[in-house]
Ligand binder design. Structure first.
Ligand code: ADP
Ligand code: MG
Length: 333
């Protein structure tokens, strides 16, 4: 078996609770509380879940913008926390991020050309004489015109600004782009254009994406597989057709019932979850979802379900999901 591009195991990020909050004595925010997944070369893994469930923290950990509390992240089998300075530099080139709001992530005082050129200049990857040509090629790749290169971020539309952000991410020919809600701030019609651009770029360049969104409908088109997060954990992970066509976790089912997914045939009755998402500083005992789950049993309040395969490539963390053994190999009488 070949090594996946990215392999994440037991990843946790706990933040000390900001002081001045209700409780004195410093609690812990369990933003990411033990997640495992892999991303293959050329693959898009969608990561979805309500606001506050830890998606951005996962993204920032992968890009090495944050250090994990525990767990490991390997790129090409190399743990990224043990890279020397030279390998870290190479890592910074190979893993790039695209953010939700290009307006705040692009320096307003620099022209688009300068913004996209910056990583090339910082990493000394290109002779000055070739820079202009390389920039033109990057602008063309993301569907912008060469005559737009001297514009400032505020002179672009939202979708065009995100194209500038994508061009910057592409400049160093990365292997993985972590996209943190890259289209969430855009109009729906523009969202589709940017997603199609990203899919074209993936086909052309063999890129991998971790594509984060709070909305399943947004990741449906671009993802090969989808992981659903709830309160710092992955509750379900499967091929997108399976996840959308045969979701097993009650939280995935609820998210899907609220999402206008493309396939109308599988539209479901709306499931409205009761209550709010509990605080990641005090996640419920047992299954974290039991306080809002329409099917919770007594067992769910005390025993935490682990993420297990219910079918090849389909993992679910729910006591009620049918087990593979029962489905494939009926127990002898
Ligand atoms: P998402 O992207 O899914 O909305 P985040 O990863 O941004 O979620 O946040 C997960 C949880 O961690 C939230 O409860 C958030 O308030 C908390 N959090 C994020 N960053 C910090 C920080 N620097 N210090 C303390 N808590 C944080
Ligand atoms: Mg976020």
């Amino acid at each position: 078996m070949s090594i996946p591009l990215l392999q994440v195991s037991g990843l946790k990020k706990h933040y000390p609770m900001r002081s001045g909050l209700l409780r004195a004595g410093g609690g812990t925010v369990r933003a990411v509380d033990g997640v495992d997944f892999a991303v293959a070369r050329g693959e898009t893994l969608g990561l979805v879940g309500e606001s506050g469930c830890g998606k951005s923290t996962v993204g920032r950990l992968l890009a090495k913008l944050l250090a994990p509390t525990s767990g490991t992240i390997c790129l090409d089998g190399q743990p990224i926390d043990r890279l020397g300075s030279r390998a870290t530099r190479d890592f910074r080139r190979r893993v790039q991020m695209v953010f939700q709001d290009p307006y705040s992530s692009l320096n307003p005082r620099l022209t688009a050309a300068r913004i996209v050129a910056e990583p090339l200049l910082n990493y000394g990857r290109i002779p000055r004489a070739e820079l202009h040509e390389r920039l033109q090629a990057l602008f063309m790749k993301v569907g912008l015109r060469a005559d737009q290169m001297q514009r400032y971020p505020h002179e672009f539309s939202g979708g065009q600004r995100q194209r500038v952000g994508i061009a910057r991410a592409l400049a160093l020919s990365p292997s993985l782009i972590v996209c943190d809600e890259p289209v969430s701030a855009l109009d729906v019609s523009v969202q589709a254009q940017v997603i199609n651009l990203m899919m074209d770029l993936q086909a052309e360049l063999g890129l991998s994406y971790l594509f984060i969104a709070h909305d399943l409908a947004v990741v449906e088109h671009i993802s090969h597989r989808i992981a659903v997060m709830y309160l710092g954990k992955i509750v379900e992970l499967a091929d997108k057709h399976r996840l959308i066509g045969a979701p097993q976790h009650p939280y995935t089912q609820a998210l899907l019932s609220a999402a206008p997914v493309a396939d109308a045939a599988i539209r479901r009755q709306r499931i409205v979850l009761s209550g709010d998402v509990p605080s990641p500083a005090q996640p419920p005992a047992g299954c974290r979802f039991h306080t809002r789950c329409p099917h919770a049993l007594p067992r769910c309040r005390s025993e935490e379900p682990r993420l297990r395969d219910v079918a090849p490539g389909h993992a679910v963390a729910c006591h009620l999901a049918p087990s593979t053994d029962a489905a494939v190999d009926p127990a002898p009488a």
